[in-house]
Design a protein around this ligand. Structure first.
Ligand code: F0G
Length: 462
């Protein structure tokens, strides 16, 4: 008989207690934080789904490798192991370590872009957009139209709209497009994968106009596994073979090792262009460090060198993709509107559809995230009107799953909490901003509840 249950492909050697709080305590803490979960102490969170970034549990092999970390300022053998591990998967000539993904972005855009340039991407992540705009370039998102409809099924909803890419290049002229980017998987678009066919098609357009293609590789292993599962011709290939093929089409990449590097900190920037690499390394020395450590300790380089390989193990990827889908499918089968199909690293609840009586101007995502915290101590993040202001096309609440951290019973608990909030959704009210910063306001914004009674009455089960 074939055993069908998919289990966590690891056992637990070290545990971290999580603290329970009462509903009254959580209500008080949330009010004190101005209804912004970024401002709640992590000690008062039971299940933390704020991000999958840097929250990974490391393996015994990674901890063992860290002891081998060589902290030499220059020429550390830890760097050699890091570089070899990166090159074996990504295949680029130059590997430049950085302290995290956004440092790689800053260096890439500073070297390659200038004021008036245009950078197309399937969807820029917020730090990618901010770094691009910081050097005076325009960040243009070109997702396929299906990506803007949360309930719409599509196997590769992360794809770039190649017709619009070509029109854009024709309109502004290739000289103003210093690079094209593809984010795999597309985080801001629901953690959706990009197909190999789309990568190939984008590269073909880039080659025709002489524009380099860079991949934002944060979740490359999850993207490779989706290709294996969904794209014809890839079922018999290993995730590593697929990843290698993905990067063969690119001229370089940026990477946050806090995601599919299975590490807690770190990143890198890769390129095949010798002249560009030299400029990047010069800039690296200015703010990150010498090119053999780039702002990281030798032990961090070791953890990433091992983690990148573990992230490509098929057993791990199967558990990862299936367990994320488990959460999505269990809530959507009860009617909870989510971005379909479930993404690789997160489930995104469509807060506009969940709370149709709360208009976008009253922050339905903030309202839903607050309720999930009060109900069950779960921390999520709003991706919508708070994060993007008037430009938001959707109001989503992201439940990002840290890698190898929570078990199925934790996920079952999360499902139960969401369904409890779903049952009393009509009683949930919106919010009004009372404080906002001039940029990246979601981190520090504060709110006032628009519920008529005291806040505690608002969350009572009817
Ligand atoms: N690109 C993508 C697609 C990302 O998701 C992130 C980070 C970055 C770049 C920047 O990397 O954090 O190492 O500087 N995403 C995290 C998140 C923060 O919660 O989605 P970083």
């Amino acid at each position: 008989m074939l055993i069908k249950t998919i289990i966590e492909p690891f056992r637990i050697k070290s545990v971290e207690p999580i603290r329970r709080t009462t509903r009254e305590e959580r209500q008080r803490l949330l009010e004190a934080a101005g209804y912004n979960l970024f401002l709640v102490s992590a000690e008062s969170i039971l299940i933390d789904l704020l991000t999958d970034s840097g929250t990974n549990a490391m393996s015994t092999e990674q901890w063992a490798a860290m002891m081998r970390g060589d902290e030499s300022y220059a020429g550390s053998p830890s760097f050699a192991r890091f570089r070899d591990s990166v090159q074996a998967i990504f295949g680029f000539r130059h590997v430049i370590p950085t302290h995290q993904g956004r440092a790689a972005e800053r260096i890439l855009f500073t070297v390659m872009c200038k004021k008036g340039d245009v950078v197309p991407n399937n969807t820029h992540f917020d730090t990618t957009r901010a770094n691009c705009e910081f050097v005076g370039a325009e960040a243009v998102d070109l997702p396929i139209p299906e990506a803007l409809e949360p309930a719409r099924m599509h196997p590769f909803k992360g794809n770039m709209d190649t017709a619009r890419l070509e029109q854009l290049i024709e309109r502004v002229g290739p000289k103003r497009v210093p690079l094209v980017m593809l984010t795999v998987t597309n985080n801001s678009g629901g953690g959706q994968p990009v197909s190999m066919a789309n990568i190939r098609a984008v590269k073909e357009i880039c080659s025709r106009y002489g524009i380099p293609l860079y991949i934002d590789a944060c979740r490359f292993a999850e993207n490779a596994y989706f290709i294996k599962l969904r794209e014809s011709g890839y079922a018999d290939k290993t995730p590593r073979e697929i990843a290698r093929e993905m990067f063969r089409h690119a001229d370089g990449c940026t990477m946050s090792a806090k995601k599919d590097g299975l590490a807690n900190i770190g990143g890198f920037l890769c390129t095949n262009d010798d002249a560009i690499a030299q400029q990047q390394k010069d800039l690296l020395i200015l703010t990150e460090g010498f090119p053999t450590y780039g702002g990281l300790a030798g032990r961090d380089l070791e953890a990433i060198a091992v983690g990148l390989n573990e992230a490509l193990e098929e057993d791990y990827l199967n558990y990862r993709i299936v367990s994320t889908a488990y959460l999505g499918n269990h809530i959507s089968s009860e009617g909870v509107p989510i971005v379909q199909p479930p993404g690789g690293h997160a489930i995104y609840i469509d807060a506009r559809a969940f709370l149709p009586h709360v208009p976008p101007a009253q922050f339905p995502g903030v309202a839903l995230a607050g309720e999930l915290y009060v109900e069950g101590g779960i921390r999520t993040v709003e991706i919508g009107t708070l994060m993007f202001g008037e430009h938001a096309t959707m109001d989503l609440v992201r439940l990002a799953i840290p890698r190898r951290v929570y078990t199925q019973s934790h996920v079952d608990y999360v499902v139960e909490v969401i369904l409890e909030v779903w049952r009393r959704r009509e009683h949930i009210r919106g919010f009004e901003l009372t404080h906002q910063a001039p940029f990246l306001r979601h981190f520090t914004a504060r709110f006032r509840s628009l519920a008529s009674g005291p806040a505690s009455a608002r969350t009572c089960v009817p």
